[in-house]
Write a protein that binds this ligand. Structure first.
Ligand code: GLA
Length: 735
């Protein structure tokens, strides 16, 4: 390993002996870096000239020394640049394709070349290793350190870059990706997502053609409204649930992101992902580090199911706040009352919370603002004092009332936003994101506060801290974020091209402060639905709101797609009045994640109420399997019109299978058995139907015994048909 601290001007002197070493001792001057997980290897090689490139990304080899032979097995057309496979592609020198980094040096020069300098591997704990690789420009005093954090057991790698220089003035970063992958295959199939309000996570699969496909966001806040920062790429052929090589990728970032997928002229796939550099050239001072957000990958040779289970295990253990902890079931008043409530109505809902048997009552939007009362979405945002007309005795009396009913109390806030009709808007015009010379443009009648401003950060922190300080027993926060950023401009930020980046930094600073003081209070990450679901934010939140669309039929599809990337414990699913399905269907679908209700309990007839109460009891008994178990997608509603999903505990002794008919055509139903997965073939299992609607009987015999072998080779029929559209099965090992 080459270990020299470079002074740029001296570098050429060092370079000579290095090249000399290569000619004299052959391979010695080359370095192979094999970053291995349980199943895979990402192998980088520093060539004799110190270019660092990817030479392999795939299944791990038994003998590490053989990685070196991989490049020789390819007879592709010539790489005129010799950096097509660069581990971090620099622009302005030999590169001819999409760069990972692009800069203007202090002297105005636009070229960058990055040479391998050194690397290090630190074993963080039994499962985690951190690699860092230092790259250095041979002419300029400019360095990039690439980080690879390996979660061995979960086959997950997190990557990011730290960019630094010691030039005589500032350097402008025009592009600053987190990761730059290089993959070889006979074809690449991208599974991407698009959406809108109430239409989150709509999948699309296509074969990548030569050129660049970009997935990105330029929305600033609610950044995922049109597109989330997650995707899959199948290599060679489209992967299925249980077969094929597939890479899941995602950027852990809550702002503008950009992922370029480029099939180059050699037919290799280059994936470059990071913060979107759109409108964001970044001025980097000497000796300051620009650290990119994290880009995550997990590679599976056994299809999408295995990749998702690895990701769930990783998320619960290492990323999602309190991922292995408890969650609260709840009753929310949003769709029950909208903005129209008062103390009495809420007191009744608190009684309903208790009656239903859930843990917490969540008071939604509409509880605040006096000069411009929050009686609709046109006014009041920003004025976070209780509305005296609706709540003359304040939040504290509601918290007390909740306690009297032996339930907990939670509250909705949207602290980053402001309505023009608010006192906040009148008092602090300079706290608001807008262009001074242009007309204001609203999204849901509101504007975004300027979180690049430390005073605004204090204000937003103060909204949360104030609520907890005044109401120490407040047990839950739903944090909403409904608007995108138009007219991006800060009244106080010196360099406007830092705006989008500083906004996200400001947001994380606030969340850091909140979590330093309130480490575990559950908080739901909501953004007009799923407009801000990402793993950087989920470090501070216990759960997310996938969509305002709670029609259970839609949710079957939406939750299915979310479930590839996020574990069920993080998905807040509420039973509402959306859709035409009966209460059983609605409740069953909501039970597939973190269960909640948003209905008028007093409108339920006796049997519906009884059903809900029983279902909540079942849920309480099963929730540890739903939250912590392994998820197996058994039947895909997009392919078969039937959805079937199994959650299985670690010991393979207990599980729950959710089955739905997602098609109501004549004769629709489960005519054939559905193959189970993940069971122990030698174990004996009993399957029985639960969550039966009062006075109905299951058509499934309760005493039949099956081997795991049978269930995985022949399968089980949940007997779905037009009269049985939702069937929940409990599977248990017979001991
Ligand atoms: C957003 C959320 C909803 C609800 C409303 C309140 O749309 O997604 O769940 O909280 O705001 O205004």
């Amino acid at each position: 390993m080459l270990k020299i601290t470079l002074k740029p001007k001296l570098f050429s002197f060092y370079l000579v002996p290095v090249l000399f070493t290569f000619f004299v001792t052959g391979l010695q001057a080359q370095t192979i870096i094999a970053i291995e997980t349980r199943s895979n290897a990402l192998v980088l090689k520093s060539e004799a000239n110190k270019d660092l490139g990817t030479i392999y990304f795939g299944k791990k080899l038994t003998d590490k020394t053989e990685y070196e032979q991989v490049p020789g097995t390819y007879k592709q057309t010539e790489d005129y640049t010799r950096v097509l496979n660069a581990a971090y592609t620099a622009s302005g020198s030999r590169n001819l394709v999409e760069p990972a980094i692009s800069v203007t040096h202090a002297d105005g020069n636009n070229s960058l070349d990055l040479k391998y300098l050194s690397h290090q591997r630190t074993q963080v704990n039994e499962n985690i290793a951190l690699w860092s690789i230092v790259l250095q420009d041979p002419v300029y005093d400019f360095q990039v350190t690439l980080y690879y954090k390996v979660f061995y057991k979960e086959d997950v790698i997190e990557q990011w870059a730290s960019i630094k220089h010691n030039e005589k003035g500032n350097v402008i970063l025009h592009k600053y990706a987190s990761a730059n992958l290089h993959i070889k295959g006979s074809g690449y199939f991208l599974n991407q997502y698009h959406g809108d309000w109430a239409k989150e996570m709509q999948p699309e699969e296509s074969k990548l053609t030569h050129g660049i496909k970009t997935l990105d966001s330029k929305l600033g806040t609610r950044a995922n409204l049109f597109q989330p920062p997650v995707f899959m790429v199948s290599i060679d052929k489209p992967a299925t649930e249980n077969e094929g090589q597939v890479l899941f990728g995602l950027l852990e970032y809550s702002g503008n992101f950009r992922t370029d997928l480029e099939v180059d002229y050699q037919d290799n796939l280059r994936i470059i992902s990071g913060i979107n550099n759109y409108a964001s050239p970044y001025t980097l001072k000497p000796n300051e580090a620009f650290v990119t957000p994290v880009f995550l990958t997990t590679l599976s040779a056994e299809g999408k199911g295995a990749a998702s289970r690895n990701l769930h295990n990783w998320a619960r253990k290492y990323k999602l706040l309190d991922g292995e902890g408890n969650r609260l079931t709840l009753l929310n008043n949003w769709e029950a009352t909208y903005f129209d409530f008062n103390e009495q109505k809420l007191a009744d809902l608190l009684k309903d919370t208790k009656k239903l048997g859930v843990d917490l009552f969540l008071l939604d939007d509409g509880w605040f603002a006096n000069k411009y009362p929050r009686n609709g979405d046109v006014a009041g945002l920003g004025d976070w004092e209780e509305n005296k007309e609706k709540l003359p005795n304040g939040i504290s009396s509601l918290v007390k009332e909740a306690k009297n009913n032996q339930v907990k109390f939670g509250i909705w806030i949207e602290p980053e936003m402001v309505n023009p009709k608010s006192q906040l808007y009148e008092q602090h015009p300079d706290w608001i994101i807008k262009q001074p010379k242009r007309a204001e443009h609203y999204f849901r009648n509101q504007l975004v506060l300027d979180l690049t401003n430390p005073k605004v950060q204090d204000f937003v922190y103060g909204v949360v801290d104030g609520l907890f300080t005044k109401n120490p027993e407040l047990a839950y926060i739903k944090w909403d974020c409904n608007a995108v950023i138009y007219n991006a401009h800060s009244a106080t930020l010196k360099n406007q091209s830092h705006f989008y980046i500083e906004y996200v930094r400001g947001l994380y600073k606030v969340l850091e402060r909140i979590r330093a003081k309130y480490p575990k209070v559950p908080m739901m990450l909501c953004s007009g639905g799923g407009g801000r679901v990402d793993y950087a934010a989920l470090q501070y939140f216990t759960e997310f709101w996938p969509s305002d669309n709670t029609d259970p039929l839609e949710r079957i599809f939406m939750q299915w797609e979310y479930s590839y990337f996020y574990p069920a414990i993080a998905s807040s699913n509420h039973v509402t009045d959306w859709g035409k399905q009966p209460i059983k269907f609605r409740t069953d679908v909501a039970m597939m994640g973190k269960l909640g209700f948003d209905i008028v309990v007093s409108h339920l007839n006796e049997k519906d109420l009884q059903y809900c109460k029983d279902a909540i009891k079942n849920y309480d008994a099963l929730k540890s399997i739903i939250w912590q178990g392994d998820q197996y997608r058994l039947a895909n509603p997009r392919e078969t019109g039937i959805a079937s999903m199994l959650y299985l505990n670690e010991g393979k002794s207990e599980g729950v299978i959710f089955n739905y008919l997602a098609n109501n055509r004549y004769g629709a139903g489960s005519s054939a058995p559905i193959l189970l997965k993940g069971l122990d073939p030698v174990k004996k299992y009993r399957i029985r139907e639960i969550n039966l609607y009062p006075e109905t009987k299951s058509t499934i015999p309760a005493d039949q015994v099956y081997s795991g072998d049978f269930l995985m080779k022949v399968g089980f029929n949940p007997e779905l048909n037009l009269t049985r559209t939702s069937v929940i099965l409990k599977i248990e090992e017979l001991k």
